[in-house]
Design a protein around this ligand. Structure first.
Ligand code: FE2
Length: 254
């Protein structure tokens, strides 16, 4: 499996505090069946602005070197950012591929975190403008953002947004409401990825196995594979998502 959203980069946000903890998270992810983690430090979110991309690339290279030494070629750490979508973020999207934002694994995909206090007009504008600029917006954990209702999400997906649900929402670890929201989004064909959003080893651990089990038990192994393997693999290869005939999961037109 390929995990597109993890706070495993050491010492840069509220994830792994240092290299030892980051390595332990990689070990746990590998033991749980992951072959790639995309380290996605918070960007543009106080107190973790993380606008020095060369520093982040250096930290990622250190982690990957340590992973390679300990685990060999069977596990890789790539770099991206979880980009908090404030009102000025579009001016940074326009500076890409330069500037301060990190796309996922150097691809055309951007992992965007909408504000808990945002509004529908801003979300529509963000998705539209990001697409027009030639980037593929992935919205992080929409099931945890209270103002994103199903109708709005359907509209955002029709505009080209891709949705990433968090594994611990699917498994019920965050409570009944996020679980129901996530399940209903999947049933509506709106979800493209499941990722861990791991922060540590205990409270928000890495790994997608339990979420994969929920997906395959409720909706079948093909969907489980698509959301945890095939679609994330397309992201890190910077390809369009594989075609799917169901509404909301169609091939990305870009
Ligand atoms: Fe996150």
């Amino acid at each position: 499996m390929i995990d597109l959203h993890c706070h495993v980069l050491p010492g840069v946000d509220d994830g792994a505090p240092a290299l030892a903890e980051a390595l332990a998270m990689c070990r746990a992810a590998a033991g749980d069946g992951c072959e790639v983690m995309v380290a996605t430090p918070h960007q543009r979110r106080e107190p973790w602005w993380n606008d020095d991309v060369e520093h982040l690339r250096g930290r990622a290279a250190e982690l990957q070197a340590a992973v390679q030494e300990e685990m060999g070629d069977g596990f890789r750490v790539l770099l991206g950012g979880e980009i908090h979508a404030d009102r000025e973020v579009l001016s940074e999207v326009e500076r890409l591929p330069g500037g301060t934002l990190l796309p996922l694994a150097g691809s055309r995909y951007l992992l965007l975190e909408l504000d808990s206090w945002g509004n529908p007009d801003d979300a529509v504008h963000l998705v539209h403008e990001t697409k027009v600029a030639g980037w593929r917006p992935i919205l992080a954990h929409p099931e945890l953002i209270p103002w994103l209702n199903r109708g709005l999400l359907t509209h955002l997906v029709s505009l080209g947004a891709l949705l990433q649900v968090t594994g611990m929402s699917l498994t019920g670890d965050f409570g009944r409401r996020p679980q129901m929201e996530a399940w209903q989004m999947i049933e509506a064909g709106l979800v493209h990825f499941v990722a861990s959003d791991a922060h540590d080893l205990q409270r928000r651990p890495p790994g997608l196995r339990r979420a994969h089990t929920v997906l395959s038990t409720r909706w079948g192994s093909e969907l489980a594979r698509r959301l945890t393997i095939d679609n994330p693999r397309a992201v890190i290869a910077d390809r369009p998502l594989p075609a799917d005939l169901r509404p909301g999961l169609g091939e990305d037109p870009v």
